[in-house]
Design a protein around this ligand. Sequence first.
Ligand SMILES: Nc1ncnc2c1ncn2[C@@H]1O[C@H](COP(=O)(O)OP(=O)(O)O)[C@@H](O)[C@H]1O
Ligand SMILES: [Mg+2]
Length: 351
Amino acid sequence: MRGDAIHLDAVTKSFGATPVIDAITATLGGGEFTVILGPSGCGKSTLLNMIAGLERLNSGKIRIGVREVQDLPPKDRGCAMVFQNYALYPHMTVEGNIGYALKVAGVRQPERSRRVAEAARVVELGGLLDRRPSELSGGQRQRVAIARAIVREPRVLLFDEPLSNLDAKLRHGMRMELSQLHRTIGATTVFVTHDQVEAMTLADKVMILNKGRIEQFDTPHAIYYRPASSFVAGFIGAPPMNLLPVTGGGGVLRLDDGTELARNPHEGPAILGIRPEKISIGDKGFAARVVYREDLGSHTAIVARLSGGQEVQVATPIGMHLDPADTITFDFPQDHLHLFDPATGLRLETP
Ligand SMILES: Nc1ncnc2c1ncn2[C@@H]1O[C@H](COP(=O)(O)OP(=O)(O)O)[C@@H](O)[C@H]1O
Ligand SMILES: [Mg+2]
């Protein structure tokens, strides 16, 4: 089964006088895995809750498939939701928890047991149906919550930071499982997170929210290689892209103190973006002084200070010997520059 598309049409929400979601219009593809990513407080949960029907819109419309749903109660929207705190019923077994919604919906035995067993199999909980939540690990509890959502065979699956309570190793395992699950069941999936790794690895498309507005809604590849704004550029990547105020003229971009950073035809002020792993260190370019170094095994991360005092993060291959206070020479390759409008933050297309 392939899930329905979700159409957001000028969806707007404020709490009191505070606007939280500002006229968002977008289509989340049917059967696709969409991740809503953004800093804490940017409106991710509010947007998801409006799709689920847990929060009313101030204005705008939401369609799931061909149906307008903004005035329907949650149970009539064909969505199932998984939260960060799994909220399992402690006195019920795993089987009871997974099957509860079916029981409420009047699905009888043996159909109910068959569907519970199938959902438990998909999340690999098959042997644990008789356990209670207190007898499960955090990862297993999260799987019960996911099984409880998929057992209803929803057309739309909504996740609100479902992995945030798990440790790093489990999160990695669950990412792989969620990705496989999505391929298996084909439901339209909307997944809210503030974790860019989850977004980049799970998503068909990432919606980056900032203060209730969409900064960019595109593939993980496009978000990384062609960030639409300096906000996206500075949000994605670990460490994120370096952003430096420059002025272009005569075919070069300069810092305020006149240092020539790169060749580029842009004229006038701009924000120059360059990723830490794209800066090369060699004998041509401009001077910088190492202020901090971390050997990370796969590479060395350094912080260096430019002549104007700006700090730049650089990732270099391991083996390069650099010490704090060393002076090095940077080159910003022209192919790897990103330019943004200093007034609007929007990407500038260079000729
Ligand atoms: N029920 C509420 N009443 C008032 N303000 C709220 C309510 N829910 C959320 N907010 C505010 O709306 C903003 C967005 O919240 P939320 O959608 O939870 O953000 P996110 O999930 O991105 O962290 C925050 O500033 C939050 O404080
Ligand atoms: Mg939230």
